[in-house]
Write a protein that binds this ligand. Structure first.
Ligand SMILES: [Zn+2]
Length: 191
């Protein structure tokens, strides 16, 4: 799969709940492979961004599957950890605000409040349960991706926050968007 298989707004599937995975069948394993190749192909096409994670709904497969890049500081590292049926067990720590983007919400970034620490339970590709305790940026990624499995996008958390929306300029720097014009009235975002 390629970046062109990644669905973006206003595709309404992005706001649907994904279904739990029962058996980890060859079809499920293929979806995980497709998610990786689409993410890598996407970030090869972007100069200033790295695809750090993806949810299956983003390639239009509505299963509760996410993949998280093992080393998102290194664009050459193409390994990911897949999480099947990921669930948040506990949200902890402070609520912190930081920038987020999404492969399905092109060119828009937002300042989103998230818990700084999260405990997540999931299955690996052998169907074995494992747990992750994550802090900081990884905690943010996991909350963002698990939101996807529930049909929630990062912009839905900040829909009423005029100061929270940004775009990436040609130099790779974030610039504030005009909320009234570029965000609130942008029907692609809120259908
Ligand atoms: Zn996303």
């Amino acid at each position: 799969m390629t970046k062109d298989d990644i669905i973006t707004l206003p595709n309404s599937h992005l706001r649907q709940k994904s279904q739990r995975v029962g058996l980890i069948s060859p079809e499920i394993l293929q979806i995980v492979k497709d998610m990786k190749s689409a993410t890598i192909n996407w970030d090869e096409s972007r100069e200033h961004e790295v695809g750090v994670a993806l949810a299956a709904v983003q390639i239009d497969r509505l299963y509760r599957i996410i993949i998280v890049r093992n080393d998102y500081d290194n664009k050459d590292d193409h390994t990911f950890t897949p999480l099947i049926n990921p669930e948040i067990v506990k949200l902890e720590g402070e609520i912190v605000e930081d920038y987020e983007g999404c492969l399905s919400v092109p060119n828009i970034y937002g300042k989103v409040q998230r818990y700084n620490k999260v405990k997540v339970r999931a299955l690996d590709l052998n169907g074995k349960q494992f747990r992750i305790t994550a802090e900081g940026f990884m905690a943010r990624i996991l909350q963002h991706e698990i939101d996807h499995t529930n049909g929630l996008l990062f912009i839905d958390h900040i829909a009423e926050a005029p100061q929270a929306f940004f775009e990436l300029n040609d130099e790779g720097k974030l610039e504030a968007l005009d909320y009234a014009q570029d965000v609130k009235q942008n029907s692609l975002l809120w259908q």
